[in-house]
Design a protein around this ligand. Sequence first.
Ligand SMILES: Nc1ncnc2c1ncn2[C@@H]1O[C@H](COP(=O)(O)OP(=O)(O)O)[C@@H](O)[C@H]1O
Ligand SMILES: [Mg+2]
Length: 317
Amino acid sequence: MTDTILELQNLKKYFNVPAGELHAVDGVTVKIRKGETLGVVGESGCGKSTLGRVVLHLLDNTDGKIIYNGEDITKVDRKKLTELRHKQQLIFQDPFSSLNPRMTIYQQLAEPLLIRGEKRGAEMDKKIYDMMDTVGLARRLVNTYPHELDGGRRQRIGIGRALIMDPEFIVCDEPVSALDVSIQAQIINLLLDIQEKKQLTYIFITHDLSVVRFISTNIMVMYLGQMVEYASTEELFNHTYHPYTRALLSAVPIPDVNREVNRIHLQGEVTSPINPKKACRFASRCMYATDKCRNEEPELQEIAPGHVVRCHFPLMD
Ligand SMILES: Nc1ncnc2c1ncn2[C@@H]1O[C@H](COP(=O)(O)OP(=O)(O)O)[C@@H](O)[C@H]1O
Ligand SMILES: [Mg+2]
């Protein structure tokens, strides 16, 4: 028996666009263990949401494999998909657009249960009130509509809708990015509490490295569809080998005012994800890039135990 819940093997998702093939996700290989959180970080457009959607079968993959609880679920039939849809859930960035504006909290939370075929009645009422308690929504709000609530409460409904199916695995796609900083910590703490109570496994997607630090067991840094660095959270914040990760880290505000921060400003044009050539995709913005970087694609290499990096010249200092 293994405690790996999800394994991605060379997962790819290409979109056909007028200019060619857009490599949104281009060869992601990673394992996630039960009860852990994989943080996925990178700038807008690097493929984070696409990765999450492919994992949840909301998009078909182009190549590679998805192994879930030891079973190859890359291609699934309807029956299997329904089963997976109960176990695997998605929490969105913007609950306002994912919630139905004409439904009260009660109705939003009841809907997934009704779709699953559960009957209305005292048992359903209890489930819904219990869920409101779990996600920290006061019971008196049961008949309110999304527009009457602030962003934090709306996200609590989004979390409740995911949890009411009693899932084991959740993709959280920028769940706090639309929220005020003061509310972000509350929602992250809620996700952490629930994870511990229910032994949930998360993929936590964000463009903000400072957010992912507190929730992730391991972190994967993505750049133009590729995994460029992967390590445990502690390891990654102690040693970063990829120039891109360093640049991302240098942009994280550091609360300690006495600490010197040398911000790295990325320059150069971003390479197009359409028909990318065999080269380092970060080379055009990397201050250390050489001809080799512009002409040869770096492979992933394990630079320290459990720490992989895709770079011809990892930063060793
Ligand atoms: N349905 C689609 N058709 C064509 N291109 C898409 C589609 N969805 C996403 N993309 C492209 O795929 C890349 C990755 O997008 P996305 O996964 O949304 O990135 P992120 O979530 O990291 O911001 C982007 O270049 C985006 O324009
Ligand atoms: Mg996204």
